[in-house]
Structure formats: structure tokens, C-alpha cells
Design a protein around this ligand. Structure first.
Ligand SMILES: Cc1cc2nc3c(=O)[nH]c(=O)nc-3n(C[C@H](O)[C@H](O)[C@H](O)COP(=O)(O)OP(=O)(O)OC[C@H]3O[C@@H](n4cnc5c(N)ncnc54)[C@H](O)[C@@H]3O)c2cc1C
Length: 388
């Protein structure tokens, strides 16, 4: 077992850090303040391969392992949480299309998603189907002899919506429950699609979140991913990797919060001394570092399990997402506390880190649902076999 990063991993890490340092971090506060989605900057990451990190190299992706991809996402999130998280969602969608689309559709769309010519959104959640996504009601109907489906329904909380070009939409086409769900590649500019307002959110202001309405939207039959009834399975496969990404984006933010706090406590004088001299502050710093490293290592472990196609990979991804997002939120919140009142001002980045990180405990499956996945595995399958 070797915990050191390889030369390749170090090179990707350095490239991502340099990009984040130059293009993301200096602009992050302004994008947050103005709710600006920096599409041009996101497209630029395509030149580095960061829009198709784990997409198959046959379709211009870098074809990296999930672990290497996580290393890149962490550095991007160190620069801007909301932008990195959107890039991670785009990677998830690009991978899904690369894996499951028909050859013709895949060859047409995936290279353009990888280059950044097209941006994408993942459309699972509905107003009445959040955690219980298998109960979704958006319908896809195909009449005998027709070569298209008609989509009707509503997707809510969709990241990037209104600014993206390609949607992967999970819709009911063949019966009730998760097995009746199919997944479709949908042109986001199709007739019959309309978008709600950009939601006013606590954080993630540098990316839009909108409801999408489908009214008799025609989708070519060839845009079905895999076969009918496989859509929920594909959606969950996408989310295994997605949860690693959301978890490591949280770690990247915890890391920058920790670095900011470490510098601050050595400068800030109270009671005639730097507050770093106070043992309670030192203990806080020690816990913050310990927890940041623990979160990162748990993500690396889950990514490794996914790369190795371990049968317990889904449970590891759920454990890692839950733990990394909870610990990272705690670290960022402690970093804010160490800044005292200044941490609460938006002249400093701490309040933004805390606001941005809060949603990582909610989306791509809430942290309660992560516990459902893990405990179900422990109680209903083969106990702790393979889980250690
Ligand atoms: C900013 C943002 C961006 C998002 N982006 C996307 C996106 O791009 N695409 C997309 O499809 N979705 C997206 N989502 C949706 C997100 O995945 C859902 O909000 C999330 O899955 C929870 O669903 P819900 O909001 O309906 O909450 P609910 O499912 O109503 O949950 C409410 C509460 O009940 C708890 N709960 C529910 N069921 C259980 C259970 N069985 N056991 C224990 N507790 C339970 C939950 O944990 C939660 O605390 C986004 C959400 C946000 C806020």
C-alpha cells in the first residue's frame, strides 16, 4: 500500500491548482456577489481536459481513474466551490452519455461536451420526488411506429439549467417504480422546454439552479440511454462518482478555509499575543487538519473502490460523501469562528465557504440517504463482508 501520489497525479494536481489560483480564486467573491456563472472560464477548463476527466479516451476524455479526477476537483474547489461543483456535475453527465448512449449520439455529443462547446445538466429531482427519486412522474411516451418520445413533466433544482445545452433527463416510460424509469439525452433548446427563475440560494451563487418544464417535448428515440427501464440504474451509477466529486469539492473548500484560518490566527493579536498562542486555538487547528485529511483519505478510498469496481463501491461512495461533507462543513465553520466577527463579514471568504458547503450535505442524495444506503448494505446483504 502506497499513500504517495504518483508523478502523474502530482502533475494533474499542480495544473489544477495553477488554474484555480489564476482563474478561480481571484474572481470567486465577485461571482458569488453577482450570482455570475462564469461560462467562459468553465469552457477554458475544457482545454485542460477537466470537462471529461473520467470520460473514455475514445471520445476525447482523459479517461482518468476516479481517484485522479478527485485530485483535480479538490484543487478546483480550493479556487471556487460552486464552479468546481458545477464542473463535477458536467463530468458526471458527460461520463453517463459516454458510457450508455447509442454510438451515433455518443460520437456526436461527447467530444463536444469534453471540449466545452456544450455544457450539460443532470435532471433527476422533481417537486414531489427528491430523496425518493424512484417515484418520479415525468413521462416519456413513444407511440408504436414513431421514432421519437414525447416528454411531459417538471424537473426542479437543476444545476446549470438555463445556461446548458444538453440535459440527461430521467423519465418514466415503462411502468411504476425505479424499473419504469428511462434516461434520455435531451437538447436543452428543444421546443416545449421552458425554464423557471434562477433560484435565490444560500450558497452556490456562481451557478444557476432552475426548474425545467417539459411540455410535449420531442426527443429522438435514438437518444434513449441503453434500454428502456435502465435509466434509474444509470442515474445511480452516475451518482456513485458524483458523490465522490461532491465530497472532494467539500474537502478542497475545507483546505482553503484551513489555510486562511492558519494565517489569520498567527496575525490576529488579542490579550497582547497572537491568538495562535492560545491552546484552545491550537487544539482547534489540530482537529481541523486531522478532519480535513481524514475526509480526503475517505474520498480516495471510495474512489479507489469505484475504480476497482468493488461490489461495495456504492456504500463506500455514500460513506465518503457523508463523512467528507460533514467534516468539511465543520472545518469551514471552525475557520469562520477563528476569525471572530470578521469571519461573518463578506470582506472575508469564510462566510462564503460555509454557505457554499452547506448544500454538499443535501444534494446528490442527502446525508441521511447516505446513511440509508450504508445501513441497508450492513443489515440486509452480507453484513460487514468486504466493508472494512
Ligand atoms: C443547489 C442545489 C442543486 C441541485 N442540483 C441538482 C441537479 O443538478 N439535479 C438534480 O436532479 N437534483 C439536484 N438537486 C436536488 C437535490 O438532489 C435534492 O434536493 C435532494 O436529493 C433532496 O431532495 P428534496 O430536496 O426533495 O428533500 P426531501 O427528499 O423532501 O427530504 C427532506 C428531508 O427528509 C429527509 N429524508 C427523506 N427521506 C428520508 C429517509 N428515507 N430516511 C431519512 N431521512 C429522509 C432528507 O434527508 C431531508 O432531510 C439540487 C439541490 C440543490 C439544493
Amino acid at each position: 500500500m502506497d499513500f504517495a501520489l504518483t508523478d502523474d497525479q502530482l502533475a494533474y494536481q499542480q495544473t489544477a491548482r495553477q488554474f484555480a489560483q489564476k482563474e478561480l480564486k481571484p474572481n470567486s467573491a465577485e461571482w458569488d456577489r453577482n450570482s455570475h456563472f462564469p461560462v467562459d472560464i468553465i469552457k477554458k477548463t475544457g482545454e485542460l481536459g477537466f470537462l471529461g476527466l473520467y470520460t473514455n479516451a475514445n471520445y476525447d476524455g482523459l479517461g482518468l481513474p476516479r481517484l485522479d479526477s478527485a485530485i483535480v476537483f479538490e484543487e478546483l474547489a480550493w479556487g471556487d466551490t460552486a464552479v468546481a461543483a458545477y464542473i463535477s456535475i458536467h463530468n458526471m453527465v458527460t461520463w453517463m452519455i459516454g458510457e450508455y448512449a447509442k454510438d451515433e449520439v455518443r460520437a456526436d455529443i461527447v467530444p463536444r461536451l469534453v471540449s466545452g462547446e456544450l455544457l450539460s445538466s443532470y435532471c433527476l429531482t422533481e417537486p414531489s420526488a427528491g430523496s425518493d427519486a424512484g417515484a418520479l412522474t415525468t413521462k416519456a411516451v413513444k407511440q408504436d411506429g414513431e421514432d421519437y418520445y414525447i416528454l411531459n413533466g417538471e424537473k426542479t433544482f437543476i444545476s446549470g439549467a438555463g445556461s446548458t445545452d444538453i440535459l440527461v433527463v430521467m423519465a418514466r416510460s415503462c411502468g411504476s417504480g425505479p424499473k419504469g424509469v428511462s434516461a434520455f439525452v435531451v437538447d436543452a433548446h428543444s421546443e416545449g422546454i421552458s425554464y423557471g427563475k434562477n433560484e435565490h440560494k444560500m450558497g452556490w451563487k456562481a451557478q444557476p439552479t432552475r426548474t425545467i418544464h417539459f411540455k410535449d417535448t420531442k426527443v429522438p428515440a435514438k437518444n434513449l440511454l441503453g434500454n428502456e427501464g435502465e435509466g434509474f440504474k444509470f442515474a445511480m451509477k452516475g451518482l456513485d462518482g458524483g458523490r465522490i466529486n461532491i465530497g472532494i469539492c467539500a474537502v478542497g473548500t475545507a483546505q482553503t478555509a484551513l489555510e486562511t484560518a492558519l494565517a489569520y490566527v498567527q496575525e490576529r493579536q488579542q490579550f497582547g499575543t497572537a491568538i495562535a498562542e492560545l491552546q484552545s486555538v491550537q487544539f482547534k487547528l489540530a482537529d481541523m487538519l486531522t478532519e480535513t485529511i481524514a475526509a480526503r483519505q475517505m474520498i480516495y478510498l471510495a474512489a479507489h473502490k469505484l475504480d476497482k469496481k468493488d461490489p461495495n463501491a456504492t456504500a463506500y461512495c455514500a460513506m465518503a460523501k457523508r463523512m467528507a461533507t460533514d467534516l468539511s462543513f465543520k472545518v469551514a465553520n471552525e475557520a469562520l469562528q477563528l476569525h471572530g466577527g470578521y469571519g461573518y463579514l463578506n470582506e472575508y471568504p469564510l462566510e462564503r465557504y460555509v454557505r457554499d458547503l452547506r448544500v454538499h450535505q443535501i444534494l446528490e442524495g442527502t446525508n441521511e440517504i447516505m446513511r440509508v444506503i450504508v445501513s441497508r448494505k450492513m443489515l440486509t446483504e452480507d453484513s460487514l463482508n468486504g466493508l472494512r
